[in-house]
Design a protein around this ligand. Structure first.
Ligand SMILES: Nc1ncnc2c1ncn2[C@@H]1O[C@H](COP(=O)(O)OP(=O)(O)OP(=O)(O)O)[C@@H](O)[C@H]1O
Length: 288
């Protein structure tokens, strides 16, 4: 299910415009990352995918957002929630039940499913996020990473096609952050469309299929990882957002005139650089 922004603008009640004339396609099955400086409108754009903006906040909207061809403003948040599962930046505020199993079952309360079907779906969702076996654990006793996984399971249980997550790794240590993104990539490979707000692009290098850059409410760029990072590198105000690995790559390219591949990890970079060094060494040996 694709999401299409068509000249979309938005202002919260009593605020100036925070999203200005956004035209953007989020393709079905993509792993789309929304990035940009603080206050750029990343969260607001993510909430517009889920219809929380403007349905929950009110405010003024121009243009449209379509989710699977349905105009979000003409649908209800309940209807949209069937297609779009949302995990907020403050995901702990979404956790309301005492135990892990109750938390995930909560989303199915009004589904009309029988007890055994609910139990089966809860088990499936927990297995998917790596929390199988913790059904009876108290939510309050989970680690930050486990709570994040639980919040994801709680939206996955209703089988939305699109998952929207706002800074899903911000409260986690590097290992927990990597684990959450591996989980999101697994879900993406299973067909879910993933939309994440992330300012640390190093975390998403291996996974992003589209990176969207916002700045002061404007869409500055949307493209694949390589195109977007090259664009950001050219913009003084965005350069700091380029991950160190790509800062090295783009600097090398500038200084040598070489075109390197789109590095998704340090390992990929190391393989390519080793190959280059071998080629150089062979060239030196031949010319000696
Ligand atoms: N509920 C609200 N009411 C009024 N203004 C708001 C509200 N939420 C956000 N804003 C304003 O909207 C603008 C965009 O905020 P948003 O949170 O979408 O940006 P962001 O890029 O996600 O920022 P950050 O990286 O700091 O989280 C900011 O100027 C912010 O102050």
């Amino acid at each position: 299910m694709a999401v299409n922004f068509e000249h979309f603008s938005y202002a919260y009640p009593n605020s100036d415009v925070v999203l200005d004339d956004i035209t953007l396609d989020i393709p079905r099955g993509s792993f789309t990352v929304i990035t940009g400086p603080s206050g750029a409108g990343k969260t607001s754009l993510a909430l517009a995918v889920a219809g929380v903006v403007p349905h929950y906040f009110g405010g003024r909207q121009g243009g449209s957002v379509q989710v699977g061809g349905v105009i979000a403003a003409q649908s209800s948040m309940g209807e949209l929630a069937k297609q779009v599962g949302t995990v907020l930046a403050d995901y702990e505020s979404q956790l309301v039940a005492l135990t892990v199993a109750e938390e995930v079952a909560f989303g199915l309360e009004t589904s009309g499913f029988g007890r055994s079907e609910i139990a089966e779906r809860v088990n499936q969702a927990l297995a998917l996020v790596g929390l199988a076996g913790l059904e009876e654990r108290e939510v309050a006793g989970l680690s930050g990473g486990q709570k994040q996984r639980l919040a994801i399971a709680a939206v996955l249980v209703t089988a939305p096609e699109i998952l929207v997550l706002d800074e899903p790794a911000s409260a986690l240590d590097p290992e927990g952050a990597a684990g959450i993104y591996e989980l999101l990539y697994k879900l993406n490979c299973q067909g879910k469309t993933i939309v994440v707000v992330e300012h640390q692009l190093a975390r998403v290098l291996p996974y992003a299929s589209q990176v969207v850059v916002l700045q002061a409410g404007h869409l500055q760029f949307a493209g694949d990882l390589g195109q977007t990072l090259a664009f950001m590198w050219e913009q003084p105000a965005l350069r700091l957002g380029v991950p160190p690995l790509w800062a090295i790559k783009l600097t090398l390219e500038e200084q040598t005139g070489l075109t390197l591949t789109a590095w998704k990890s340090e390992d990929e970079a190391a393989v390519e650089l080793n190959k280059l060094m071998r080629t150089c060494a062979e060239g030196v040996a031949k010319s000696a």
